[in-house]
Ligand binder design. Structure first.
Ligand code: ATP
Ligand code: MG
Length: 446
């Protein structure tokens, strides 16, 4: 048997040189959510399989084709979460959060698992930033949730992302619509895929998001729900549009959006980009007023969205957006000889206590390879210690960017000297940046 050196198909490693991109979006996502009054919730990676069947829906692609289910010893059936909402709602119910003051607002960043055909922007393990709001049926809540997603999209620097909205009504308007769909699809029943033949009886709306090309082409001509909305749903949808306009958020009404999960009612929305190929839906969400009741709670309106972080980062990369620079080493202490190496160790401890990022030789290499390493890791400064430096109590601090060397004393005053050197280095970096920006401005004006 060979050595196992390949990750499972459809999964990703996030290596240290790339992780700053994730830190950027995770930090901005958390900050944005908190600004809107959402607090973080963390839930298990797996749940009872029944939870997903009940909430996501028996006839959905996710439940019928994409779940990773495991049987533990005994008969319990568990499933790795294919999405965040079901588990989060379960947790809000179980912990009594849905009985506290309304609205309740939570956010999460978590991994999801779906057994799909891997391709660009479609993985088997992917990550979502999501939010849930519980307790408001008002279209102001829908606009608020959409605006939160939009705010994050703006903050990470994305452009050319379209917001599409639709309303898929309530159980009242669905009855007529289901009838119309059944009639439409029955006429072409024989052409539908086997899954959809079954869906025709159980849940004809699910045919609308079947991935099979034939079903898709048939679905393209199907009646749209928006023509079947009851007065209340129409008014709600109109309210959402008014609120979005007040907030200055552009949108398009797309009557084809139905979303792939059963629990949606009324508002559904997607943020879509054309910059990353066919899997361009970066964020999808909407309202699910029946979900909590379906899970055994009191009927409580709720809504939210899930944003695919792989797709978000992919779009940011395509568009050349800025990410937060990873921290780099402030000081590398190069040393030669046993005594100097011990001194380097003690100094590093002291400087780290003061909050600095410090490294020193851990291999026992000569000064030259140590300098090379310091350069490679992008250390801002290097301090060289040898017997001579220990004896005189003086050493050279080298600024790696400018090559400039300053004399420093190896006592408590070193921390102040070093802190000053670091400050002036940061300042000169800023000056250069400003000069660059000014240059650009002048170029534009001139
Ligand atoms: P799609 O139509 O692209 O399959 P979906 O409707 O199944 O998406 P949701 O269940 O609404 O997706 O999940 C919310 C978001 O999570 C999506 O908009 C997308 O950004 C992301 N997402 C969903 N499935 C995957 C996947 N397999 N790989 C990567 N990201 C995904
Ligand atoms: Mg899908």
């Amino acid at each position: 048997m060979g050595v196992i050196t390949q990750r499972p198909k459809g999964t990703n490693d996030i290596v240290p040189s790339q992780v700053y991109k994730w830190h950027t979006v995770e930090k901005l996502a958390a900050e944005t959510a908190e600004q809107y009054g959402f607090r973080e919730i963390r839930v298990p990676t797996f749940e009872d399989t029944g939870l997903f069947i009940r909430s996501v829906g028996e006839t959905t692609d996710v439940v019928q084709k994409e779940m990773y289910s495991v049987t533990a010893t005994g008969d319990a059936q568990f499933t790795l979460r294919p999405e965040g909402t079901a588990g989060v709602m379960r947790a809000m119910l179980e912990n009594g959060i849905v009985n506290e003051g309304f609205p309740q607002k939570v956010y999460y960043i978590l991994s999801c698992f779906r057994h799909e055909k891997p391709q660009a922007g479609r993985l088997r393990e992917f990550h979502q930033f999501g939010v849930e709001m519980v307790g408001s049926a008002d279209p102001r809540a829908d606009a608020e949730v959409i605006s939160l997603a939009k705010s994050l999209i703006d903050r990470v620097g994305l452009r050319n992302i379209q917001l599409n909205i639709n309303s898929i009504g309530c159980p009242n308007c669905r009855a007529d619509y289901h009838r119309a769909l059944k009639e439409y699809f029955s006429a072409r029943r024989e052409e539908l895929c086997d899954t959809c033949k079954d869906r025709l009886e159980k849940n004809p709306m699910r045919i609308l998001d079947c991935k099979s090309p034939v079903c898709q082409s048939i679905a393209a001509g199907a009646p749209v729900i928006i023509d079947y909305l009851c007065d209340d749903c129409n008014e709600h949808f109109k309210g959402l549009q008014d609120n979005l306009s007040v907030m200055g958020i552009d949108f398009e009404i797309n009557p084809k959006i139905v979303r792939g999960l059963d629990y949606y009612t009324r508002t559904v929305f997607e943020f879509i980009t054309t910059d990353i190929g066919a899997q361009g839906t970066v964020c999808g969400g909407g309202r699910y007023d029946g979900l909590i009741e379906e899970l055994g709670g009191q009927k409580t309106p709720s809504l939210g969205f899930g944003m695919g972080l792989e797709r978000l980062i992919l779009t940011m990369e395509k568009q050349g957006c800025d990410f937060m620079e990873p921290k780099t080493c402030d000081l590398y202490i190069a040393s030669m000889g046993q005594a100097a190496s011990q001194r380097a160790m003690a100094m590093a401890m002291e400087l780290r206590d003061e909050g600095y990022f410090v490294e020193y030789d851990l291999i026992g290499r000569g000064i030259k390879p140590q300098m090379k390493y310091a350069d490679k890791i992008g250390s801002k400064f290097v301090l060289v210690l040898g017997d001579n430096e220990l004896e005189t109590g003086k050493a050279k601090l080298k600024n790696m960017a400018s090559g400039e060397q300053t004399d420093v004393t190896l006592d408590r005053s070193f921390i102040d000297d070093f802190s000053n050197a670091l400050m002036s280095e940061m300042f000169s970096g800023l000056e250069e940046e400003m000069a660059g920006l000014l240059g650009k401005e002048q170029g534009k004006n001139g």
